[in-house]
Design a protein around this ligand. Structure first.
Ligand code: ZN
Length: 57
C-alpha cells in the first residue's frame, strides 16, 4: 500500500509502496530528489501499517 514519507535530508516527500502483510521490514532506499540513502523501518499489524520510521544513514 502506498505510504508517503519525508526524506530526512532534503525534506521532499515521496511515496513508497509497502507490503503491509510483512510485520517488520527494514530496508535502505535512495531519495529520488537528492539521491541520498536512508533507512526505512516499517511495522505492520493485521495488514495495516502501524509505524514508519525514517533514519538517515
Ligand atoms: Zn532527499
Amino acid at each position: 500500500m502506498p505510504e508517503t514519507i519525508h526524506c530526512p535530508f532534503c525534506g521532499e516527500t515521496s511515496e513508497l509502496d509497502l507490503d503491509a502483510t510483512v510485520s517488520r521490514q527494514q530496508f535502505i532506499t535512495d531519495c529520488e530528489f537528492c539521491c541520498r540513502p536512508f533507512e526505512v523501518r516499517v511495522t505492520c499489524e493485521g495488514g495495516e501499517i502501524i509505524s514508519v520510521e525514517i533514519a538517515g544513514t
